[in-house]
Design a protein around this ligand. Sequence first.
Ligand code: 9GP
Length: 831
Amino acid sequence: METNTETVVKNPTAIGFDKEVFKKNVLDNLKSLFRKTMETASQQEIFQAVAFEVKDLIIDRWLATQKAYKEQDAKYVYYLSMEFLMGRALGNNLINLCCYDEVAEVLEELGLDINVIEDQEPDAALGNGGLGRLAACFIESLSTLNYPVYGCGIRYKYGMFKQEIHDGYQVEVPDNWLENGNPFEIKRPEYTQTVKFGGYVRIEWDAERQRNRFIHDGYQAVNAVPYDIPVVGYGNNVVNVLRIWDAQPIQEFNLASFDKGDYLQAVEQENLAKNIVDVLYPNDNHYSGKELRLKQQYFFVSASVQQAIRKYKETHSDLHKLPEKVCFQLNDTHPTVTVPELMRILLDEEGMEWDEAWDITTKCCAYTNHTIMAEALEKWPVDLFMRLLPRIYQIVQEINRRFLIEVEERYPNQYNKIRSMAILYEGQVRMANMAIVAGFSVNGVARLHTEILEKRELRDFYEMMPEKFNNKTNGITQRRFLLHGNPLLASWVTEKIGTDKWITDLPLIKGLEAYADDTKAQQEFMDIKYKNKLRLAKYIKEHNHIDVDPNSIYDVQVKRLHEYKRQLLNILHVMYLYNQMKANPQMDFYPTTFIFGAKAAAGYKRAKETIKLINSVADVVNNDPDIRGRIKVVFIENYRVSNAEIIFAASDVSEQISTASKEASGTGNMKFMLNGAVTLGTMDGANVEIVEEVGAENAFIFGMSSEEVMAYEANGGYHPEEIYRNDPDIHRILDQLVDGTFSHGDREMFREIYNSFLAPSYGRADQYFILKDFRSYAEARERVNKAYQDKARWAKMAMLNTANSGKFTSDRTIEEYVRDIWHLKKVQVTL
Ligand code: 9GP
């Protein structure tokens, strides 16, 4: 892999950092922003004062970067994404500016703890889970690798909701993340764009050009106003931009329009602007065909594409060469309206012919698929789509018409091909199909996932246009998930392998392998893990009021709550263990803390019931004197990026137990691995590649393969009631769902979950093969428990996981996107 370690500037003074100046400026900021001194300011105000000072350090690099891009006429990737799950910025900005330790010292001299100051910052939670966090890792890696990018998204007023647990149930609390302002953002009203909704299309004859002109009239318009957030590269002076769009009414509501008779129109335009960016849809891997969601999509896509074209035209006159300077990467189907929007601009505003416009569009757009879950597929009802985006719909119709002619020519009379590949079908606009037809690249996010796309989900497309398909296995940034999240391990790695170059060249971490059998190194590694476990225990005590034993195994499943991710399998197994231990108090078992963290989409009933079940089991098990604390169950409230960093660092076991074939990749699995947790998982998503890197002997694999799962699915499922009848342990735990054992005698509380195995009210029985995989999972967990008791063996396994995590840096993923799809050039930035 090509790296740019030689450009890394780690000496803070070399980047213009001066401790005394920094300190003075922070104090000045406190005065000018809040009229406060150190003695009177709140922690939040101090955070703001520090953050503004850090932004000052960033600004010169930001200017220099944009200047260098301009001078070199650089090609940009526009990473279009409904979600950017950025988390906190302060700590990572300091790390990437290479002055984290120095700022920590300054704060210490002022009597402050940098961790406490960092804790004042709300997470920028503009995303649900893996998809949004991946986008955040990608733009950070692009900056670190000296590549130009605009992250384009939405400035939601309310991000991902905050989760509170009341009586074991999830309660959603609005996330007013902008309450105290965002010190890192800059409003850019000069780049405001207008986005139009509704209305109708008028056709006029253009005599000069001898063709029809399409005129969009009677629409409602809204202003898209961008806010720029800096994305700092590690030690290389590069600052890219995350540009998120806010919606503003075109003109503030004025009474004058009342007299002119367009009073209602004015009110409507104002309301339109008010609602669009209000809130992030809290659904992960699930499509809800809401009109507002389509508005959000078109809103940010139209603004971003218009802006990209405007920027290009500032320095270029020939739009035919747009693909040399611009690539739009569609993060899932959510931004697919990019395709018809770009066509609209080229046809209607630039006056191009269809073929020229299509040629440009199809060279500029590339699509990433992140899921095969049927319920996540976006299909918009034609009537809604047409009403909201009348001109865009016409263009979609024409794209579809022309594509179907191609299909018919290639596969005469094969209606099944039309059925699977048409963009418009049975009254729906199928967004994935449009993205594939128009994109020059279609990629999956892990090898297995891409294979499933090619062989099954998108087979017809793959057969017709195999050259478009490629795999880009996901990755994560080690700057956040090791250097920032686990500073003890980070320093130890540097000391052991004799260099800190792993920060920008993660495969170097393989150097740790040399220490795998070294008892002293093993001890050091496990000491660090222990300290991180203490840190998490403290967090759990403060937030959950539960004591956990840092000597116990920390067995962790943190991710969004979804049936296919099978948190239910995990908690059913805890119930099983509990039964075993009650029956045999002397059983050989190493104390284990089962840790969960998960948000459920607000309307996802089964997911919410599962959270209640986890908390109910926790209540019983944690308080049963017979168990003597040997099994503990903890549900961490409000799982998010900032506490995730603490959790990964402290984990021994990484639960990656999705039904094989369902998890496209997973990225939490990589963060655990990097931090020396051992995977307990199915052969799904990127787990396959993790096991390949670390070796099957250093992971605990169980369960059906994706082929087996898909074979059962093809045959309509299996018969869980047979397992229920024949396996007394499973029989017992299912019965316990409805006999009140974990619900204070309430037999109805978990009835729905019980029914899902034996008599579902919808779908197949045990759709995600929980009972089918149960025994295999139980056996794997037993192996884990035994393995942990051999301290040396465990230390070796854990260390080998860290040592072999090099492939899973997002730097590697980005280099592959650049090589195969984006074709960007590195830009060096000097101050
Ligand atoms: O479910 C996938 C997850 O497996 C993957 O790691 C992540 C990033 O590629 O995307 C998730 N997909 C979605 O959230 C919706 O497509």
